[in-house]
Design a protein around this ligand. Structure first.
Ligand SMILES: [Zn+2]
Length: 112
């Protein structure tokens, strides 16, 4: 399995996790968007308010250097199985938060 196909699969998963019912604009709630690519990453542009949203914009992963799939899956597992998450996924979750907090501090207020 190549890195490219892995990245593609992760991206689809992340999209599904973030918007299980389909895209919703985080600013105005519009339910449709144009999907295009910026530096190889997917960006959604809301047709109503023109807000551009990436998979990680506004999340604690915006500045994380860990693989996004790891962070998202760890968090998702934790939130989906209340009290039932294994210690392994919990450890990943904590690790992700720490790294994300550190990289966010390093990056200052550079919004994505
Ligand atoms: Zn909008």
């Amino acid at each position: 399995m190549s890195d490219v196909s892995l990245a593609g699969a992760g991206e689809a998963e992340l999209t599904q996790m973030r918007w299980p019912e389909g895209f919703v604009c985080p600013r105005c709630g519009e339910g449709a968007a144009s999907l295009f690519r910026h530096w190889g990453k997917p960006l959604w542009q809301c047709p109503a308010c023109r807000l551009q949203t990436s998979l990680v914009a506004g999340t604690m992963f915006a500045h994380s250097r860990l693989p996004l799939t790891v962070c998202f899956q760890a968090t998702w597992l934790l939130t989906q199985s209340k009290g039932g998450a294994g210690t392994e996924s919990f450890a990943e979750h904590v690790l992700c938060q720490r790294v994300a907090a550190k990289t966010q501090a390093d990056a200052g207020n550079a919004g994505v």
